[in-house]
Write a protein that binds this ligand. Structure first.
Ligand SMILES: Cc1ncc(COP(=O)(O)O)c(C=O)c1O
Length: 399
């Protein structure tokens, strides 16, 4: 008990514990909190599809037909044809040969990175690191990527954010190893793109596989929302693409696309696929409806980008540092952690929900407010937010 008390005390004393708000209802792009309507500027539900009538209808029909879960892993009694249909829909949308779905995006990374890298060699001593292999990842890759790397028996090296010289140095020193380069396509806390064409070029020279985490790109990035590969014109050239169904798609789940052979490896070796129950059927039904809407309604992307531009221009004109954001993710750099927490609290007092993003999610001294627009925000809602950001920016001394 003493251990637990001292653990909590140590965390509490840092004053950086992430307090979450209790949300009563979700009339996106607003949220009902404590009896008041808050403007939500932090949701990954970019298109509001979680509450789209057709998506809800499809999910309800799924419950009617299959119930609310499979109670089993795909390898036992959970392999519904519906889930295979969903995998085909994802692969078709992404224009990739095959796909596999996981219960979340986090689980997709955590299970598939060791699932791929640890399947090359059969080991009698599971705790020994496999020095034949090397995983190389950007220092700002998502936590789920790092967790997957840590669980793998392959050693991991990290390169400085988007630093291609650093990546090349590591590749050069490890020519003889089996290598996997992993990067986010869109970096989730900074909103910048990975330099995919350069990464692919290096991967060719040094014979490395490439995996891209496109969690924040699916549905949004690229003319048709197929992600960072579409944006950079490198479709068909990335060995493994991962994505989530919990952001623009508005549901729950993660996926990987790749060759049919690699997908087979994952379905037999990725621990979060083999040893965990399947995605619930109603999610699969809702996701398929959402994917159809995303493909048939480019207006959703147009509205999102219109709101993002309006918000970003407004913030930059006021003098906020939006870091090097190139996408829909707009970080406002505050720097000091306590100042950032104060800014978030002051915005909350103005009925705007945007949490402070502080260490350990981002580096110390780089605390930020991460602003996310939705396609469904109105112009006057964005204007109200900009006015509030201006007042709070002055109050915490960053303007
Ligand atoms: C880059 C990235 N990868 C993976 C994930 C995990 O996705 P999920 O929420 O589906 O577990 C996230 C979500 O925050 C993310 O931003």
């Amino acid at each position: 008990m003493d251990y637990i008390n001292s653990l909590w005390k140590a965390i509490d004393e840092q004053d950086l514990y992430p307090n979450s708000r209790t949300i009563k209802d979700v009339p996106y792009p607003e949220l009902l909190i404590g009896g008041k309507k808050f403007l939500c500027l932090c949701s990954n539900n970019y298109f509001g599809l979680s509450i789209h009538p057709e998506v809800k209808k499809a999910a309800m029909e799924g419950i009617e037909r299959y119930g609310i879960g499979t109670s089993d892993s795909r390898l036992i009694a959970g392999n519904l044809e519906l889930l295979e249909d969903l995998e085909k829909s994802i692969a078709d949308f992404k224009r990739e040969p095959a796909a596999v779905v996981f219960i979340t995006g986090f689980m997709a990374n955590v299970g598939s990175i060791p699932g791929i890298m640890d399947s090359f060699d059969v080991y009698d001593f599971p705790s020994v690191k496999n020095e034949n292999n090397l995983i190389i990842t950007d220092m700002l890759s998502h936590r789920s990527v790092f967790t997957g790397c840590r669980l793998s028996k392959s050693p991991t090296k990290t390169y400085l954010h988007k630093d291609m010289n650093h990546l090349e140095k590591i590749l050069k020193r490890n020519r003889e190893k089996r290598k996997l380069i992993i990067t986010d396509g869109v970096f989730s806390m900074d909103g910048d793109f990975a330099p995919l064409p350069e990464i692919l070029e290096l991967s060719q020279i040094y014979n490395a596989m490439v995996m891209v985490d496109d969690a924040h790109a699916i549905g949004i990035i690229g003319e048709n929302g197929r992600g960072t590969a579409e944006h950079f014109g490198v479709e068909g050239k990335i060995d493994i693409q991962m994505g989530t169904l919990s952001k623009a798609v508005g549901a729950l789940g993660g996926y990987l696309t790749s060759s049919p052979e690699l997908i087979k490896v994952l379905k037999g070796r990725a621990s979060s696929f083999v040893y965990s129950s399947s995605l619930p059927p109603e999610q699969a039904c809702g996701i398929m409806a959402a994917l159809e809407i995303i493909q048939a309604t480019p207006e959703l992307r147009n509205s999102l980008w219109k709101n993002v531009s309006h918000l970003k221009k407004g913030l930059e004109d006021m003098g906020f540092d939006t870091m090097n954001s190139e996408t829909q993710i707009i970080p406002i750099l505050i720097g000091n952690e306590q100042k950032c927490i104060k800014a978030s609290r002051l915005l909350f007092e103005k009925e705007i929900l945007v949490p402070a993003i502080v260490w350990p999610v981002v580096q110390r001294g780089k605390a930020r407010i991460r602003v996310l627009a939705m396609a469904t925000h109105t112009e006057s809602q964005i204007d109200r937010a900009l006015e509030a950001f201006h007042e709070v920016g002055k109050e915490v001394g960053v303007l």
